[in-house]
Design a protein around this ligand. Structure first.
Ligand code: GH3
Ligand code: MG
Length: 336
């Protein structure tokens, strides 16, 4: 099982109810949550409402055989990673190879050998959970637990495309902790890390679970994506987060750290011309508004709509400051 609270969901598909019963009897003792289907269509229907961890699939069934069911499962994003083990009396090489080719991970020969069936099921569940963990790690920021930068490029285009296609609104908040360098300098890097973690926890606690999401954009810069939200709503949320953060005392060891943060908010709705809705434009605008918030004194929210922009109008606010800094050092070296 993946953890103590969640039972693994196993789907058993076989047109012979006796076979279903035999498999269920073998697996029942392990405490799995079991679901049954007597044909491919019912099985595919069940996958729409239940998240399965493993599917045991008979090959020879009337109408839709197991190969076909497996092919359909592998074409669907929701089910493509669910391991399928074929239950089959056909153990000739050709049938076995065909099973692997359609996306099966293993096969169990009929008549069933209970210890073997159980061992194969357990092994594939373990592999499935290891795979899920690796997948999760690859999209998560290890320090704060929110999405990492690379998952922005994976998720954001999809999110924007969906909103654009269905004429829905979507907003983006880019936020950055003010004078964060001072936190590190005053309390140490570890305290800085704890502060970052807390900052994300506060944000996570204020957004809609499973709809909105947060990703680490850079060091102490985070992106909040708000589907189905216009910029007025996003502005209100950013303002609420800003106030909450500025009033909170972050307890790290014996220190109480107070921080403020700045926010750049933008987004689009059904009235926004489609040609200006793009990942680059929306990020560029949130960056521009964040830059304004910083320039006007920090600890504030700056919001504006998406506009048609020319490339040179905006730069990344971090980059601009780095350029400023390096120019300063060059100048300093000259006059030294
Ligand atoms: P501003 O108000 O202009 O944003 O000032 P700032 O000091 O927050 O910005 P600056 O870009 O000058 O410094 C950001 C600092 O964030 C410097 C960097 O060491 C720190 N930082 C980035 N990532 C991490 C991290 O993972 N942990 C810790 N502790 N510090 C980090
Ligand atoms: Mg900062």
């Amino acid at each position: 099982m993946s953890n103590d609270t969640k039972k693994d969901n196993i789907l058993i598909v076989d047109d012979a109810s006796l076979n279903i019963e035999m498999v269920a009897n073998i697996l029942r003792k392990e405490g799995y949550q079991m679901f049954f289907a007597r044909n491919g269509e019912t099985a595919l229907g069940l996958t729409k409402s239940v998240d399965f961890d493993l599917i045991l699939l008979d090959i020879v069934m009337p109408e839709m055989d197991g190969y076909k069911v497996c092919e359909i499962l592998k074409q669907n994003t929701k089910t493509k990673d669910v391991p399928v083990i074929f239950l089959t009396a056909k153990t000739d090489t050709e049938s076995i190879v065909k099973g692997f080719e359609t996306g099966g991970v293993d096969y169990i020969g009929k008549p069933f050998n209970p210890p073997e069936l159980l061992a194969r099921v357990k092994t594939h569940l373990q592999l499935r959970h290891a795979y899920e963990e690796i997948k999760l790690l690859s999209i998560t920021d290890s320090l704060t637990g929110c999405y990492n930068r690379s998952s922005i490029s994976e998720r954001l285009p999809r999110e924007i495309q969906r909103a654009r296609r269905y004429n829905r609104s979507l907003s983006l908040i880019l936020c950055d902790i003010d004078y964060f360098k001072k936190v590190n300098d005053t309390y140490g890097h570890q305290a800085g890390d704890q502060t970052l973690k807390k900052f994300v926890q506060y944000i996570q606690g204020m957004i809609r679970q499973k709809i909105d999401w947060v990703a680490r954009y850079g060091g102490e810069e985070f992106l909040i994506v708000l589907p189905e939200t216009d910029i007025r709503g996003a502005h209100c949320l950013a303002e609420r987060i800003r106030i909450y953060i500025s009033k909170s005392l972050i307890q790290v060891q014996k220190n109480e750290i107070r921080i403020t943060s700045s926010f750049g908010v933008t987004g689009f709705n059904s009235d926004t011309p489609h040609e200006i809705i793009s990942v680059e434009n929306i990020i560029r605008h949130s960056d521009k508004y964040l830059y304004q918030a910083k320039k006007e004194g920090r600890n504030r929210v700056k919001t504006g709509p998406l506009r048609k922009t020319r490339e040179f109008e905006f730069g990344n606010f971090k980059k601009l400051r780095l350029i400023k800094r390096s120019l300063f050092y060059k100048f300093w070296n000259l006059i030294k």
